[in-house]
Design a protein around this ligand. Structure first.
Ligand code: PLP
Length: 376
């Protein structure tokens, strides 16, 4: 049996999204910025996609800026608001962000702009009181991820955003793991910027967006043509954008049903591990992304587990995808102070809409079999 259980790393392209993309790769290949009639269909497709995406997160269409994905959106949010000449702008973020955000912060630090990293609690939650305690008069931007990509903990974004605004700071959230998976209303949250990536919700790879609230001042990400309101130059990836919009609409439609099923599957997997007498910790808070299980097994090695499971046809990761070559304990588990004898033996099982009950059982039996063999 082959079981893909790494949906937090990437997802299969939604078939409807694929079909909707095809015309824009073949016959409707016109450059959306050209004024002639041949480009009208592409231009209209961009407009419709922007409207559809905005509706899914309760934004205005002109607040959606297409990017190449989560990494670009995160880099733009930080660098575009911090790197203002002559101003000493501090960023506050958490120590459990994705490397796209953390490395963007290191880049601004190297240019002389300070960054404060706040630690989460042991469940991987950034407590509002920690943010209040870290605020300084020179803080300009606060960026806290919506849900962590390793342990799945969902952050109290609305409260954190209110604290940021009370001090006149901008608030950005990396919502790459949450868009299309849990309901998002940017007006209710009142966030200033929000990053998303299509391949995490059934869209194509290499396309995403940054929500920028109207009125927020940000530097252009790329200079050149006047695409994306003059803030992100470059010929638009029309097919990718069309695919992203369809995938997001479909994900949002089935979100509730998917969450119920994935929570059920989580319960089955945990129950089977417990019945087999396995010593493990389920990381993260109770308010987690549906289907995301970060499991730490005592006195074993996550990397070895990953490869043994792979031999049995099960694809999981040891943490975030970009860390799968790195055998060290992840920065997230370190920040959560997980005891080292558990932290080293961590894998992330991230279930998706297409996983079946049989597959979940197969993951559990494969894990149990592997752990027993490793313990012999
Ligand atoms: N932010 C988070 C929380 C992620 O999980 C990822 C991808 O794993 C990214 C950013 C980067 O997104 P992309 O792969 O679209 O560049």
């Amino acid at each position: 049996m082959k079981v893909y259980a790494d949906h937090a790393a990437t997802t299969k392209l939604d078939i409807e999204a694929f079909e909707a993309m095809k015309p824009y790769l073949l016959n409707e290949f016109g450059n959306a910025s050209q004024p002639y009639s041949f480009s009208r269909t592409a231009k209209a497709a961009l407009r419709s996609a922007r409207i559809a995406i905005a509706e899914c997160i309760n934004a205005e269409p002109d607040e959606i800026y297409f990017t190449s994905g989560g990494t670009e959106s995160d880099n733009w949010a930080i660098k575009g608001t911090v790197l203002v000449r002559g101003e000493y702008r501090r960023t506050i973020t958490s120590s459990i962000e994705h490397h796209a955000l953390l490395h963007a912060c290191s880049a601004v630090e190297r240019l002389g702009y300070p960054v404060t990293y706040i630690a989460p609690d042991h469940e991987g939650v950034v407590q509002p009181v920690s943010l209040s305690g870290a605020l300084t008069p020179d803080t300009k931007i606060i960026s806290i991820m919506y849900a962590n990509n390793e342990v799945g903990s969902i952050q109290p974004i609305k409260e954190l955003c209110t604290i940021a605004h009370s001090q006149g700071c901008l608030f950005h959230t990396d919502a790459v793991q949450t868009v299309g998976h849990i309901p998002i209303d940017v007006k209710d949250l009142n966030v200033d910027m929000l990053s998303a990536s299509a391949h995490k919700f059934g869209g194509p790879k290499g396309i995403g967006f940054l929500f920028i609230k109207n009125g927020v001042s940000i530097l252009p990400y790329a200079d050149g043509g006047s695409q994306e309101n003059g803030l992100r130059a470059g010929t638009e990836n029309v097919a990718g954008i069309v695919g992203m919009a369809i995938a997001l609409k479909n994900s949002c439609k089935r979100m509730e049903e998917a969450a119920i099923r994935l929570k059920e599957y989580e319960g089955v997997l945990i129950k089977l591990l417990n019945s087999a007498g396995i010593d493990f910790v389920l990381n993260g808070s109770a308010n987690r992304l549906p289907g995301n299980l970060s499991l730490s097994f005592k006195n074993t090695d996550g990397e070895t587990l990953l490869h043994r499971l792979d031999l049995l046809g099960v694809s999981v990761s040891t943490g975030s995808a970009c860390d799968s070559v790195n055998t060290q304990v992840s920065h997230v588990l370190k920040a959560m102070n997980l005891p080292i004898q558990y932290a080293k033996g961590t894998i992330r099982v991230s279930l998706g809409y297409e996983n079946t009950a049989d597959e979940v059982e197969y993951i559990a039996t494969s894990l149990i079999k592997t752990l027993h063999r490793l313990g012999e």
